[in-house]
Design a protein around this ligand. Structure first.
Ligand code: ASP
Length: 440
């Protein structure tokens, strides 16, 4: 029998994991915490934790070699500095405009829905929930937020520091420092185009073949995706109870509505009306990558599959995907930018801080700037949110971020899918404007 397509396999795994988790919660609720059922569920969750970790490690293992080979083979095949400059300028422009559109959408919704207010006044129930959640947070979460909180206002420049790592091998060992690896790969690729003809062809051929080999390894890892996704999702749904939605329901609704509109209205309209690209065909091609981004909450982890979908499904050349996608996975994060804006405004509302026009303008600019530096890994944007809250002088920033971190997973999964779709849109837009014939 023929195996179903990749996106169906992942979707089935997602649904099965959700159902299993709900059955587990139901059984546990009936049987009590010390029962044999609870013991069994505990062992299954532990086993899933292990399997999910193995799958994530396999995906992460692909990132650095894939970035190096795809950026180098893509950029070194651009015709000289002019070709590179044109592509770079276009890409940066699309990154910034889609990011800004996402933030403004978030700002609009948070001002209309006002999730942190109750009858026009700060909602005291949410404030208490923040404090309760911060008091019961585990040490890992508290330590993470305390470490992030020690960063100073000047850290808005951190993104520039990351671009030039002191040691590129050290940067390559840390998935939150991938920007440095990308910048190095771009410089290296540019240098290859300056080599004498014969040498240039040899080095280019080497990186092209190495990239082809990485694509094959990606295929092997993807064969494990249904199992990996099942193992990742089951513990998340099992842990996330309905209580989460009681206090933060409006906040969740605001973020999800913004992400939904950006994903299904704004980006498709940009593709269709500005560039004549068929949005739903493109989204169809992206299904495996979107589901994987949703399941892993990591744009960088999904990068190998994103590249495959954009190349094979939407028909973009390696020359363009090699440049736009690795860079996009760390600097172009529409979903994250939107989320940062909503989260900061929400906390301000709960804390009773009325942000003036200038204050809100600062939040918009800060969200745009920090979203560039947010790594493509789970919950990375909470650090940026803390930084913006502190710079805006909003009290209780740490307590609020600990509370947001505790309920972050579902929103993280959703914004990561938007991040990945945004990256893929930039790739097809740039390809189209470069005169490539797309499949979408
Ligand atoms: N998890 C997101 C990503 O990988 C980053 C974030 O918003 O925390 O794209």
């Amino acid at each position: 029998m023929k195996r179903p397509a990749a996106h169906w396999q992942i979707l089935i795994a997602l649904v099965l994991a959700t159902l299993t988790a709900l059955v587990f919660r139901f059984l546990e609720a009936g049987a009590g915490e010390s029962s044999a059922i609870a013991g069994f569920v505990g062992s299954v969750i532990k086993g899933c934790g292990f399997l999910g970790d193995l799958f994530m490690r396999a995906l992460k293992m692909l990132i650095v070699p894939l970035i190096l080979t795809s950026v180098v083979s893509g950029i070194s095949s651009l015709q000289g500095v002019k070709g590179f400059g044109r592509l770079g300028a276009k890409t940066a422009m699309v990154y910034l405009s889609t990011g800004l559109a996402a933030i403004l959408m978030g700002l609009f919704l948070v001002n209309v829905i006002r999730p942190g207010l109750e009858n026009g006044a700060p909602n005291p129930v949410i404030r208490q929930a923040f404090e309760r959640s911060a008091a019961s947070a585990d040490d890992e979460v508290t330590a993470k937020v305390a470490e992030a909180g020690s960063r100073k206002a000047g850290d808005y420049l951190e993104v520039f520091r990351q671009m030039l790592p002191e040691n590129v091998f050290q940067a390559a060992t840390d998935n939150s420092q991938l920007l440095g690896v990308i910048v190095f790969s771009i410089l290296f690729a540019a240098a290859i185009t300056r080599l004498p003809e014969g040498e240039m062809a040899t080095v280019q051929q080497f990186f092209r073949s190495a990239n082809d080999a990485m694509v094959i390894v990606t295929g092997w890892v993807m064969a494990l995706a249904p199992l990996g996704v099942y193992a990742l999702i089951l513990p998340v749904v099992h842990k996330t109870g309905p209580d989460l939605f009681v206090n933060l329901g409006k906040y969740f609704a605001t973020v999800l509505a913004g992400l939904f509109l950006h994903l299904f209205i704004v980006l498709p309209c940009v593709l269709k009306f500005l560039f004549g690209i068929h949005p739903w065909e493109h989204m169809r091609a992206m299904r495996p990558a979107l589901l994987l981004a949703f399941s892993t909450a990591s744009s960088s982890g999904s990068l190998p599959v994103t590249m495959r979908c954009v190349q094979e499904g939407s028909g973009v050349s390696k020359r363009i995907t090699g440049f736009t996608l690795p860079l996009g996975s760390t600097v172009n994060t529409d979903g994250t930018a939107l989320y940062e804006c909503v989260a900061v405004m929400f906390v301000a509302q709960v804390m009773g801080v009325q942000l003036s026009f200038a204050g809100q303008f600062f939040v918009v600019v800060a969200a745009l700037l920090t979203s560039i530096g947010v790594a493509g890994i789970p919950s990375a944007s909470l650090v940026a949110i803390l930084l913006i809250l502190k710079s805006s002088g909003i009290p209780g920033a740490e307590t609020a971020v600990v509370a947001l971190l505790a309920v972050d997973r579902l929103l993280d999964m959703s914004r990561t899918a938007v991040n990945v779709f945004g990256d893929s849109c930039v790739a097809v837009i740039v390809a189209k404007t470069e005169g490539e014939t797309l499949k979408v």
